[in-house]
Ligand binder design. Sequence first.
Ligand code: SAM
Length: 228
Amino acid sequence: MFSRLGKRSRRQWLEEEYTPFGYGQKRQIMMSIARFCQINRPIGGYYFEFGCHGANTMRMAWDCFHHLFDWSYVGFDSFEGLPEIQAIDQMKIWEKGKLKTTEEEFRRVVTRHGMPDEKLTTVKGFYDQTLTPALRNRFLPGGKVAVAYVDCDLYASTIPILEFLKDFLQTGTVIVFDDWNCFYGDPERGERRAWREFCQRNPHLRFEEFVRTSEGMSFIHLGPPPQP
Ligand SMILES: C[S@@+](CC[C@H](N)C(=O)[O-])C[C@H]1O[C@@H](n2cnc3c(N)ncnc32)[C@H](O)[C@@H]1O
């Protein structure tokens, strides 16, 4: 389809412009969170990441946060790639088993990047099986969540994540959705739909929109409203 010269210039454009653009979008969100948490300090606890795969996000989180905050980093993933794709999540780019990185490889990439082994916890398994009250009780003594980064693409995968997160929210927790505009930005699909339904089920929880890019969206969890 592409001529030899065309292929080379396409590869160069992908490497030098297209990929850095996507990386920059993510970094914009991460660095904005660093500023937010520093200004509103102290916001302690965990950095939770749901959807780990190539460890690009986890490495970026470490780069953007560890100089300022003493957080613990937890990666939740099947480490077997995407689950069975349900009817509502059908789209050409999603397939069962796609986006697989093993737990060992993920840990190796992140620790080689500089995160100390003891700072990183990984939880292997599909969310509908692993994100249980027992797991919640294992993490709750460590405190609340400073940042929850949701990068699991699918509506069905996002539902158990949000339910699990509920008990970890504190004033200032930032929740990021990496795939806000998947499914053509349709609010009836993907992470958008799971978020809307979660907010409807929990009207007592207050959130404020934070940073938005062409791909991602984020929200701040607010505390109780001030008394008059
Ligand atoms: C787009 S990738 C994440 C990319 C990653 N943040 C990075 O930096 O490379 C999506 C990830 O979500 C995981 N995932 C999606 N649905 C899941 C589910 N229901 N349970 C566990 N993991 C799931 C997949 O295994 C995959 O690793």
